[in-house]
Write a protein of this length. Sequence first.
Length: 291
Amino acid sequence: MGILRAIGDTVTPLIFLALSAVLNIAGDYICLAVLDMNVEGAAYATLVSQMAAGIACIIYSVKRYECICFTWQQCRVDSVLARSMMSSGFSMGFMNSIVSLGTVSLQGAINTLGDSYIVAHSAARKITELFMMIFSVFGMTMATFCGQNIGAGRTDRVRRGIWHSILISWVWCVMTATAAWLAGPWFIHLVTGSSSDEVLATGALYLRVDTLFYFVPAVIAIIRNAMQGIGDHSTPIISSTIELIGKVLIAIMLVPYLRYTAIIIAEPIVWILMVIPLIVQILRNPALKPE
């Protein structure tokens, strides 16, 4: 699916993902409701649905695009390409690992605050992940888009693409902030089913504060992935390392004194710090300077 996106076909991967989801749902029903296979049945349903969609995608790709077809004589290792792909792959994988470690450090601090805070934060994070999903989508799109256009020598399109993606994501930021401020407690209740004033107020406060700063992670997701697409693999790692260090320090130094307030302000502070090297480097990148 990644290859199809790279050559400009973004619709077909979506169709096969939808096919996989439909097969998974049907498989869950058959395995759980009809065959009574419990958890093992759910695992089989997922495995079969993904394998079926994957095989169908491969067959379609090979038949539809000649550039994807290859012969056994072509199955040899190109050291230059291998180094380039490994550099990009390790960079993106390491970046995501660092981000996850930072999240774990904050979660560990939250677990010391009590059940109400854990429930409220878990619910708020689910809503946050839903709100911020579009940033990840734009980021993945920009990685492919920038790689394609850098390869074609169209740096003007790269600059426009980055700027237009940021503008669109900022419109979404305004919408999510408005939703959080108008219906924050309702979102928390929807996820938790709780009517506790403490849980609803705590989760809503997290949403209302953090959504005001969403324009920063929008820029981070777009620029970080764009830089991966244009071949800068070090700056995104530096930015993610800043995120990890910031979250660990806040978890250790501020949470014991400010309690959940430190958790609320942690991500806005870290976002602002980690976006700085990304903006500086993207502006300095010679490949993106106007001719």
